[in-house]
Design a protein around this ligand. Sequence first.
Ligand SMILES: [Zn+2]
Length: 66
Amino acid sequence: MPRVMIRCPNTQKLVPTGFAMEKNAFDNPTFDLTNNTVHCPACGKDHTWSKRDAVLESANYKPPPR
Ligand SMILES: [Zn+2]
């Protein structure tokens, strides 16, 4: 199951939030995440994040063609 990642504002690295879920669940507009806090392994600080800050990790992810 892909992990939910956020981009660290200090290092620009993707860091795991501790959440994991399937893409169709994550993409569901009725599903929301707000004011979560993660201890960032990239910079050592805590970041508060919401769903709009998050992306799903996927080794197979390909951006849709434009
Ligand atoms: Zn950070």
